[in-house]
Design a protein around this ligand. Structure first.
Ligand SMILES: O=C(O)CCC(=O)C(=O)O
Length: 304
């Protein structure tokens, strides 16, 4: 894996200029060293523990699903799943970690994925929807009236946090067009190569849908279709962030270090980008062979 460094701006200006947006169109990502304040980072970090304390092992509010239906066949499907009964919020622990109601802070440090959290706490709603500079950035990239599509974040517990292999996010999102989706990835802990920072292929968003397949780990781009020698590592301090095009191939390696690596992630859609029925999306997200190139969950072996 390459350890070439990414390009960084020191911070995010109130109004991104034309050169910055041109760089985004060319490279498919922009990285900013320092954006969130220490208080925002603290509130967003503590929010993870607050949500675990609110929902975990609370049978009135939460269904403890245990292992998801994909547990057998996918390494990244193995962790225990907790689903809110009163909202869309849900979170999954890293595979192999056994939670206990007596150790909720420890449990918060073993989350792999948390989803649909943007409306769970004011700090997440603020960052996702109201932060003036982030809003200006999204509007500069996606146009006026762009809006939040999803909140879905991966954490990487120290030592056991698994890899998220190479993929394009639009291999998952059933929408009508692929030029109007953007991810925002915010480091809550320092993100380094050792603990699983983002890696991207600059310019890789311009080559259209890549062929994805189900490995034993996850849904990923076939090795012939991603040139890892072109990858750059986006290392960030807490409060640093990157935005990236929904077509940009990216991955995060396993966390082999003693330091956790948590991040927030939000996706935004342009006004013209609409969710459509899967057959319409699958016919568009196709390779040169005309076949769907994204992640088809019906092909994953589910538990009996
Ligand atoms: O944060 C990570 O480790 C990877 C995030 C990502 O690529 C994704 O959720 O699609």
């Amino acid at each position: 894996m390459s350890t070439k460094a990414a390009h960084y701006y020191p911070t995010l200006p109130g109004h991104p200029d034309a050169a910055m947006i041109a760089r985004f169109r060319r490279d498919g990502y922009l990285a900013f060293e320092q954006v969130l304040t220490p208080q925002e980072i603290k509130d967003a970090s503590e929010g993870i523990n607050l949500l675990v304390k609110k929902y975990a092992f609370n049978s009135e509010l939460t269904e403890h699903v245990g292992q998801s239906a994909y547990a057998k066949s996918l390494k990244n499907g193995r962790g225990q799943l907790f689903k809110s009964k009163v909202s869309d919020f849900h979170f999954q622990l890293e595979g192999g970690y056994e939670p206990s109601p007596d150790r909720l802070d420890e449990m918060a440090d073993h989350i792999r994925k948390f989803q649909s959290y943007a409306t769970e706490l004011p700090i997440y709603d603020y960052i996702a929807n109201h932060h003036p500079r982030l809003k200006a950035l999204m509007e500069a990239v996606l146009g006026e009236n762009c809006r939040l599509y999803s909140s879905m974040a991966l954490c990487k517990p120290a030592a056991i946090g698994g890899e998220k292999p190479w993929h394009q996010d639009l291999a998952y999102f059933a929408v009508n067009r692929f030029d109007g989706m953007c991810g925002l990835w915010i480091a809550l802990d320092e993100a380094t190569i050792d603990n699983g920072c983002m890696h991207v292929i600059p310019g890789g968003h311009l080559a259209g849908p890549r062929k994805h397949y189900w490995s034993k780990v996850d849904c990923e781009i076939t090795t012939q279709e991603v040139d890892e020698s072109k990858a750059v590592a986006v290392e960030l301090k807490p409060g640093g962030l990157m935005i990236f095009d929904g077509m940009l191939p990216h991955e995060t390696p396993a966390n082999t270090s003693a330091k956790r690596r948590r991040a927030l992630q939000f996706h935004y859609q342009s006004a013209a980008t609409q969710v459509v029925p899967r057959p319409e999306y699958e016919s568009k997200f196709s390779g040169p062979d005309g076949l769907f190139a994204g992640c088809d969950y019906s092909l994953v072996q589910k538990d009996e």
